[in-house]
Write a protein that binds this ligand. Sequence first.
Ligand SMILES: Nc1ncnc2c1ncn2[C@@H]1O[C@H](COP(=O)(O)OP(=O)(O)OP(=O)(O)O)[C@@H](O)[C@H]1O
Length: 316
Amino acid sequence: MTSEVLEAAPPATRSVIDVRGVSRWFGNVVAVNDITMSIGTGVTGLLGPNGAGKTTLLHLMAGLLAPSRGEILVQDAPVWRNPAIYRTLGLVVDREDTYGFLSARELVEATATLHKMDHPRSAADRAIAMVNLGPAADRRIATYSKGMRQRARVAAALVHDPAVLLLDEPFNGMDPRQRLELMELLHRMGEEGRTVLFSSHILEEVEQVSQQIQVMVAGRLAASGDHRAIRRLMTQRPHEFRLSSSNDRSLGVALLALESVSGVELENDGVLVRASDYGAFTAALPSAARGAGVRLYQVLPADESLESVFSYLIGG
Ligand SMILES: Nc1ncnc2c1ncn2[C@@H]1O[C@H](COP(=O)(O)OP(=O)(O)OP(=O)(O)O)[C@@H](O)[C@H]1O
């Protein structure tokens, strides 16, 4: 499985974004390494740890960066050196800086004017309503919260009603309510037949919004498919847990009898358990402890860092 892409399920719809053997390097750094993927309509999550190359890939898709190798098509047209494609695309970059002296309405309207829309004012009103920024739209952006600023940028990216919307870490810095609102907006846009691709380094976040997930690690495409299949790939793998209980030795003995456990180690203040199957182990643990007459105090994954999950996925 080392460098092979784990194809968990075929894309649900016809391809809108076609990435064909694309690489991009900066000097010696290979940010995107020979990626081939197709993204259909609806919402797709681009999941990967920091530095995986997500931003670079999104910028390549938006026609902001030239591929060092390969090509990207959006609706069958190449994106690089093709300004006409900007009508089709909206990009929300992962940056805080927006012109703070403008109001959201001015920013969004200016963007509509740049797109040479016939009625920039009404297009701006529509986009602002879509992101629920109405009451604050005439205040200076400098006075906004992080989440509001993000929504102003989303409105600017949406103003020309693009078929494809790309968002780089759009949930960063949002509070739970703003997050939910943006999730609903992305859902709605996907259901309307648009192609929405957003990046994130949080699996739970991606799962909540998108059926389809593309996983990137160290510049490469590590896995691709339906969110349930990706979750399975990430959970049905060797896993370590640190447990503490009323009697660690008895617990250790009981756990060794489980088929899903491949090793048990007594530590100073607990037990380290190696489980061959995350799902099976967590399901069996409570009754195993009960059966041994042991009270569980704490169950903590010992290797839950996202990096360890990803390095497992790419066989590292
Ligand atoms: N303009 C550039 N010049 C040199 N190196 C770059 C440039 N842009 C990106 N890189 C490098 O390419 C790699 C991928 O970066 P990229 O920002 O695309 O990753 P990412 O997945 O978006 O990560 P993050 O979530 O941290 O932004 C990193 O090693 C980064 O340092």
